[in-house]
Ligand binder design. Structure first.
Ligand code: HEM
Length: 227
């Protein structure tokens, strides 16, 4: 490819991002990346039920692959930044298009998940910051041991307010994912009388399963099922 062709392709990316659909596609693509991370993180976490050795061995294995771990972390961070930036810009565009609010807010059509999107997002972000301080850096953990996620989870979730916070925050994430996955299908143009109800069901079941999988761990520890 000539340098002129490369330059014109590179010129088109920011121009595409300036359009509303460009921002929506960035939201959808980064959303899919984050959803993929959440699914793989849950599968990793569920090894908690296989016992201390399996769980800790998994963490050691991940740490032993820096060539994979660091690009994945960088990609994830970039996805979070782009997802938040595009969502703020889309909200600003929506507000600018309707500077005088509706006299009466029509909430009948909008689901609970879509109405809570703008604050479930910030709650998930606040949770993520706390979560990294808790289990990755150990700053807010009562007895953090590096590369010992099993012990860190058992000791961490014995603190009941922390376990409750995890359950509430991950449930908010579930609502966010439900609406997010569904919006993503709409952005890519999937809107069909036959498939729409199926896709809505898929988004709902996937979000419920994810929430149940994640919250089972703090609940199992806080109730003494795992000690
Ligand atoms: C009850 C639910 C959860 C539990 C028990 C849990 C557990 C953990 C643990 C133990 C670690 C540290 C792993 C290690 O350093 O070896 C970790 C890291 C992490 N978790 Fe979670 N997690 C939960 C939910 C979530 C959710 C919902 C998200 C995303 C929204 C998330 C995002 C992350 C991230 C980004 C890291 C850092 C990964 C890295 O070191 O690169 N976690 N989690």
């Amino acid at each position: 490819m000539s340098s002129i062709a490369v330059n014109s392709a590179l010129d088109r990316i920011p121009r595409f991002y300036q359009t509303t659909i460009g921002k929506k596609i960035v939201m959808a693509v980064t959303g899919v990346m984050l959803f993929g991370f959440v699914v793989s993180h849950l599968l990793g976490n569920l090894q908690f039920y296989l016992g201390r050795e399996t769980m800790n061995h998994y963490a050691v294995t991940l740490r032993g692959m820096p060539a994979l771990l660091w690009p994945a972390r960088a990609g994830l961070l970039l996805a979070v930044i782009l997802h938040i930036t595009a969502s703020i810009q889309l909200t600003a565009l929506k507000n600018a298009a309707r500077p005088i609010g509706y006299v009466k807010k029509a909430v009948v059509q909008a689901s609970l998940a879509s109405r809570t999107m703008m604050w479930s997002g910030p709650v998930v972000l606040a949770f993520l910051i706390f979560h990294l301080l808790h289990f990755t850096w150990g700053t807010v953990h009562p007895n953090f041991q590096d590369v010992h996620p099993y012990e860190n989870m058992v000791i961490g979730f014995r603190v009941i307010p922390v376990a409750i916070f995890y359950v509430v925050a991950v449930s908010m994430l579930g609502l966010h994912l439900y609406h997010g996955v569904w919006s993503m299908f709409q952005t890519v143009g999937v809107n069909h009388p036959r498939y729409t109800p199926l896709l809505k069901k898929f988004s709902a079941y996937a979000s419920i399963l994810l929430v149940l999988g994640f919250i089972s761990i703090p609940i199992a520890v806080a109730t003494g099922v795992v000690s």
